[in-house]
Design a protein around this ligand. Sequence first.
Ligand SMILES: [Zn+2]
Length: 203
Amino acid sequence: MENNKEFNSKDNLVLPGDKIAVIEEFLPDETCYEQEGGIYSKVLGHVVTDPKKHKISVIPKKSHHLLKNGDIGVGRVEFMKKQIASVNIYHLNQEDVLIPINAVLHISEASQRFVKNMYEVTRPGDWLHFRIIRAIKPVYISLIGEGLGVIFSFCIQCGHELEYKRRNLLECPNCELIQPRITSKYFRKNLFRKLRISRNETR
Ligand SMILES: [Zn+2]
């Protein structure tokens, strides 16, 4: 098993979806998955192998995140009502969250300017850059602050990724529909190395 050296380093930090081995060499455990002959990591962590038993595993870098008020994160809007949006947190303080944390955005924390309802702020599938304002359950987030707001957004009519028109206004390059959002100055800037932006899935 000499040829597995490249997978054997404890310094080798892998991200969810990174290929870590091939199926001929190792059996994946619950921290990895097999796809078309390759073994891929499910988690952010370090690869460890046991060549004798042909076992491969990824030790998660963090098993949990201790939330603190003021933490900065990125998450996706799962559903919304007029006054609130439910957001799954996938990244906190520049690191992946292993198990998404559910949080609530209330309309009063959506913008410094007056907004009538959540439909002017965001839509399901959008990605938000936010700040934690209540670090215990139910977790609350705010979009009020430097650089906070919507960073990726999708057309409510056709699902295409939206483009920046001007502050708090986005345009669909596909169907030309113009729609409001509370935009971050980081709009369409990928704040994380491997943040996989899509409408319905993250990894
Ligand atoms: Zn569209």
